[in-house]
Design a protein around this ligand. Structure first.
Ligand SMILES: [Zn+2]
Length: 78
């Protein structure tokens, strides 16, 4: 999607949302829970041909929090 081509339908009509700002969270955040009281700011990519959407956690500091707090996708749920 970041390359501008939809990974689902192949359209080149992929739109990028605005770079997220702390004071303007309307473009989306991932809540990281009150235990470490933070949200991860995300930037959206949307294919306006088929509607597929992806979002990316843009700040390395947010990704570091997720690395320490969230399990690997391959780990079992308890
Ligand atoms: Zn598409």
């Amino acid at each position: 999607m970041k390359s501008g081509k939809c990974v689902k339908c192949g359209s080149a009509n992929v739109r990028r949302g605005p770079w997220p700002k702390l004071w303007k969270t309307s473009t989306g955040v991932i809540p990281l829970g009150s235990a470490f009281g933070a949200s991860a700011l995300v930037q959206w990519y949307v294919c306006v041909a088929c509607g597929y959407a992806e979002q990316y956690v843009v700040r390395e500091t947010d990704r570091a929090k997720i690395r320490t707090k969230w399990k690997l996708a391959t780990e079992r749920e308890d």
